[in-house]
Design a protein around this ligand. Structure first.
Ligand SMILES: [Zn+2]
Ligand SMILES: [Zn+2]
Length: 464
């Protein structure tokens, strides 16, 4: 055996991305994400390999479903080195600290509930802030795009821009002894978005490809269409005398929304309003964006030369809780951007309580709402919801604007893989099984079906 791969996460599922590539004696782990939603109990299982033996961990980007288990790895014996881009290291730090905080709060709530009801106690949090801080010492190798890094003289790693979030990369690993090339797509971005560049195309001579399939079954609306939709919602809501709530993820989406609001403002299209970025995590993430202009696309970089691309005069950053509560006093013409994006927690819930029952307000979803979340319930047309022990009617106008997605749609995934001529194997990962089947059928028009494979979780495949 010279090379084998094991699928520890995002196999026949979306979350928990983690793949172990073993080339001879070298063990390289690509991502170590948290399982989320209905898969989250898997986070409590011991890592499926001997962590002491891992030489390198590569983080493709800082989303928690790609880096969120790292402190667990360290607790369980990881001694290797982590390789990533500069923004990924910076953002991963704030994401992991936030994850520890959210876990602690969630645990406290569950604990109280279990004691009150006489139920079994919940499992303790996966890690705390101290574990997270401890884990940072392994963040050692900062690798820019297009800069080869030799982990030994015959194994070479190169990052290319995945166009997904700031600092995101797809990874090329070459075994020079046998001249074999591996590609790990990480998450691929949507095209023509502000801030990040479009994804790069992979080399045509890749032999083994892992490609994400999150939205492999559909195409997104264009970003331009979505911007117009958002502006119309803001104008209408201000006219009706209501507030606009935008539940959003702290990373990338929040900065994109600020970016387009600034554009509207500068073109004189934005009605008079207050804008609140009501999320300490999003405020921290925005600071990191401002620190890394060399990762911007051309357009954003040009703007950055003259001004802050994420600021406008009527923007208020509300870091502390009292400031956040004060927003409740404002009944009209406020745009409130708050986490979290699926309404499963965070400050957005308080804003829902104050605005959701008012028909003059709007609730705008700019991200995917997974099954089982409060966000999905509202998107699916719930007439009322339960919040903080109260029943609240959904009278605000609900909009879903999908062109803000940071993920490639079907068209982009097909374009990304198109240069690859004669692969040994293409593995479909990071997607729901039905979507993978749809994409596999599409790919079989170009590649022989025996070269396309949907791996199962924990599967281990010897490559050569
Ligand atoms: Zn991602
Ligand atoms: Zn992902």
């Amino acid at each position: 055996m010279e090379a084998k791969i094991s699928f520890y996460g995002a196999a026949s599922g979306v979350t928990g991305s983690s793949f172990l590539l073993q080339i001879r004696d070298y063990k390289i782990l690509i991502d170590c994400g948290l399982f989320q939603g209905h898969e989250s109990e898997k986070n409590h299982l011991p890592y499926p390999c001997k962590l002491q033996d891992i030489n390198y961990l590569i983080l493709t980007h800082a989303h928690i479903d790609h880096c969120g288990r790292f402190p667990c790895l360290v607790n369980q014996g990881f001694k290797g080195k982590v390789i990533s881009t500069k923004p990924t290291f910076q953002i991963a730090k704030i994401m992991l600290l936030d994850a520890a905080k959210v876990m602690k709060e969630h645990y406290k709530t569950l604990y109280k509930k279990s004691v009150r009801r006489g139920l079994d106690l919940p499992p303790p949090p996966l890690y705390d802030e101290y574990d997270v801080l401890e884990s940072f010492k392994y963040f050692q190798i900062e690798l820019p795009y297009h800069t080869p890094f030799f982990i030994e003289k015959e194994i070479k790693i190169t990052f290319r821009d995945a166009g997904h979030i700031l600092g995101s990369a797809f990874v090329e690993i070459v075994d020079l002894k046998w001249n074999k090339k591996f590609l790990f797509s990480g998450d691929l971005g949507n095209k023509n978005k502000p801030i990040v560049r479009d994804y790069e195309l992979p080399p045509e001579d890749a032999d083994y490809v892992l490609i994400e399939t999150t939205y492999a079954d559909r195409n997104h609306k264009t970003f331009e269409e979505s911007k117009i939709e958002l502006l119309e919602v803001i104008k209408d809501t201000c006219k009706r005398g209501g507030n606009v709530l935008i539940p959003t993820f702290a990373l990338e989406r929040a900065q994109e929304i600020l970016f387009v609001l600034r554009e509207f403002y500068e073109k004189g299209e934005l009605p008079a309003c207050y804008i609140f970025l009501d999320s300490p995590l999003a405020i921290r993430a925005t600071k990191i964006f401002k620190d890394n202009p060399e990762f911007y696309d051309e357009e954003t970089y040009q703007i950055f030369q003259e001004k802050d691309p994420f600021n406008l005069p009527n923007l208020f950053l509300t870091e502390d809780v009292e400031e956040s509560k004060a927003i409740n006093q404002i009944k009209s013409s406020a745009i409130i951007i708050a986490g979290n994006g699926t309404l499963s927690g965070g400050r957005i819930l308080h804003h829902l309580k104050n605005n959701l029952w008012r028909h003059e307000c709007s609730l705008v979803f700019v991200g995917f709402q997974p099954k089982g979340t409060l966000g999905r319930k509202i998107v699916d047309g719930a007439e009322k919801i339960h919040l903080f022990g109260e029943e609240i009617y959904v009278r605000a106008k609900v909009h879903t604007i999908n062109g803000f997605s940071s993920h490639a749609g079907q068209r982009e995934l097909l374009e990304w893989i198109s240069p690859i001529n004669n692969p040994e194997k293409i593995f479909l990962i990071h997607g729901e099984p039905e979507k993978m089947e749809i994409f596999k059928n599409l790919l079989s028009q170009k590649y022989p079906p025996e070269k396309l494979y949907i791996p199962q979780l924990m599967e281990e495949i010897t490559l050569y």
